[in-house]
Design a protein around this ligand. Structure first.
Ligand SMILES: [Zn+2]
Length: 294
């Protein structure tokens, strides 16, 4: 049966299990080494092969991975291999994606196919395991510099690092990938969701007057990986009930042609933490309240 929605905890849990079983506890994680342990052959595709990030193939009981090299980024190549490993390790994937022969992937959070999404979140959790990146997130202030630290320590792309950061952080954070004035992809942290922001549709325009829009309109900013930052209002960015002042950090992603934005707010973070504490208090009260009505 084919999937309608991605099962992110299942995908991430599969990655955690692989690391645990192989006893891998140090960054950076080497996806080629994991493939080697499983007897999976890994090969680089020629840089002239474009239009895919990687491939998984099976012959008899053997598996092979080919990864694209047309994007000259070690982080992207490692992510592509990890994505294919996702199809190998996530329960039910290989049967589904290899049903009609070799599988061609589009890794990097752009796909709407739940199998591709699960493989992307597997790759994130494999290369940036929660137990190893939580300490990094805890010791550094929120914002783009933290994304850069994650990317450096995990040897991952800035985009993948920002997405993982938004997924793991207890702070109010949104990671947004855009190109040509429109949003490609966006991910909110749990604390950001407390501000009742609605997901923008892929292809929604960037807010008029935003730093990201101005920044991305100048190709030189993107191509030479410039950075900038400003204050913004969340209500200009997303459909949400109230105005919230947030920080907006922006970086150009070079040849990739896209712009990465990190939105974050210490105030929203504190508010979400307050809510958390209330929840905890309620839970405590509940667990201590005798149940008379049983
Ligand atoms: Zn795939």
């Amino acid at each position: 049966m084919s999937l309608k929605v991605p099962r992110l905890p299942l995908a991430e849990g599969a990655a955690d299990r692989v690391l645990r079983e192989l006893g891998i506890t140090k960054l950076p994680i080497d996806p080629k080494e994991i493939a080697a342990v499983k007897g999976i052959k890994v090969e680089a595709a020629p840089a002239t092969s474009k239009g895919f990030s990687g491939m998984l193939a099976q012959w008899d009981t053997n598996f092979g991975i080919m990864y694209a090299t047309h994007i000259n980024s070690i982080g992207f190549q490692r992510f592509s291999i990890a994505h294919e490993l996702g199809h190998y390790f996530i329960p039910g994937h290989s049967e589904q994606v290899l049903a009609h022969g070799a599988h061609t992937s589009h890794a990097g959070f752009g796909s709407r196919d739940p199998y591709e999404q699960e493989a992307d979140f597997f790759a994130s959790a494999l290369l940036m395991p929660s137990s190893l990146i939580k300490p990094i997130i805890a010791r550094q202030e929120d914002g783009l510099d933290l994304v850069k630290t994650i990317a450096q320590e995990c040897v991952t792309s800035l985009t993948a690092s920002a997405v993982r950061y938004a997924r793991m952080s207890r702070s109010a954070v949104a990671a947004v990938l855009s190109e040509g004035g429109v949003i490609d992809f966006c991910l909110f942290s749990e604390a950001m969701k407390e501000a009742k922001v609605r997901w923008p549709r892929a292809g929604s325009p960037l807010p008029a007057g935003s730093l990201t829009r101005r920044f991305g309109a100048d190709r030189a900013n993107v191509a030479s990986a410039r950075e900038d930052s400003a204050q913004a209002d969340l209500i200009d960015w997303f459909d949400c009930p109230k105005s919230h002042i947030v920080s907006e950090d922006v970086i150009g992603l070079g040849n990739y042609g896209k712009t990465l934005t990190v939105l974050y707010s210490a105030r929203l973070t504190a508010e979400a933490e307050g809510l958390d504490e209330e929840d905890e208090d309620e839970k405590l009260e509940e667990s201590w309240t005798p149940r008379f009505r049983r």
